[in-house]
Design a protein around this ligand. Structure first.
Ligand SMILES: [Zn+2]
Length: 289
């Protein structure tokens, strides 16, 4: 709360309050650590083992932990009671129950709202038979956003590929839906994400959060990063054509701006424009432009 207020106002008094609050926290933690260390060495004479020395399974697994002191067992049990108490709150409130259910659903896979499943051919090309048996040979789910005049909605489509076997001569035919895609994310989803990355300059994690909250997906910031490379691949050709039109045109404006890279190195972002289209590219130094 104070932190957000300080970020917005840069008020000196708030900064002081924050520093005092944080140093009090550190002092309290140091006191607790000292007290615990003292208790352990006085009562058991055993050396302290830090949490970082436990393997993941020991720390997070469900196996029973032997405590150095019996009192620690009691404290750990109390933490479990806290968890149980939270469950009571959730179960006794309709609103909390809905929120908890919604969170559980959002972490699961989003169910398709449409299934595209090909139908059998009218007749067998080999013998003219009209009845077939069918077999599923593949399926893909494409996560997309649909743009309409009224707004944007989630569109999750499951595509099924089938193999049809003629019941008379046994001839088999594989049929894929006409819009069968090898991509997990549809064009609408990619366009929506890239608009937020480039036009609105939003952080990947902010975009992921917004997409999840507005459309009920459960993507991570890594997904947004992945979508950026999908878009880069998709637009490579367009990009080359824009560059070609600019450099073969009658008018070219060029400019460069230095940028700081991770690790302290400098680089340059160049822009070429004919005042109608622009082409940006990156070089490690000025002369290579
Ligand atoms: Zn046939």
């Amino acid at each position: 709360m104070w932190r957000t207020e300080w970020e917005n106002t840069h008020d000196h008094k708030l900064k002081q309050q924050l520093i005092i609050y944080n140093s009090d926290d550190c002092r309290a933690l140091s006191l607790v650590t000292k007290a615990v260390s003292k208790l352990c060495s006085e009562q058991s004479g055993k050396a302290i083992v830090f949490d970082s020395n436990f393997s993941d399974t020991e720390t997070h697994g469900r196996s029973r932990r032997d405590f150095l002191l019996d009192d620690f067992q009691a404290i750990n049990n109390a933490a479990y009671w806290d968890h149980q108490r939270d469950m009571v709150y959730v179960n006794s409130s309709r609103r909390l129950k809905t929120i908890s259910k919604r969170q559980a659903i959002s972490s699961q896979k989003v169910e398709p709202n449409r299934v595209i499943d090909p139908v059998a051919p009218n007749t067998c090309l080999r013998c003219g038979e009209k009845s077939f048996s069918k077999e599923k040979v593949g399926e893909r789910t494409v996560y997309d956003l649909k743009f309409t005049k009224r707004g944007i909605s989630r569109d999750v489509v499951k595509y099924v590929a089938r193999e049809f076997h003629c019941k008379s001569c046994g001839e088999s035919t594989k049929v894929y839906p006409s819009s069968w895609s090898n991509r997990k994310y549809g064009q609408g989803f990619v366009a929506y994400s890239i608009y937020h990355v480039i036009h609105l300059c939003l952080l990947q994690r902010t975009i992921a959060r917004s997409i999840n909250e507005l459309f009920g997906f459960s993507i991570s910031e890594t997904t947004v990063h992945h979508i950026k490379s999908i878009a880069a691949d998709f637009y490579t050709n367009t990009c080359e054509k824009i560059k070609e039109r600019i450099v073969t045109g009658k008018l070219v404006h060029a400019d460069e701006t230095p940028i700081k890279l991770k690790g302290g190195n400098e680089g340059y972002v160049w822009v070429l424009t004919n005042m109608e289209e622009a082409f940006f590219f990156f070089t490690g130094n000025r002369s290579r432009g």
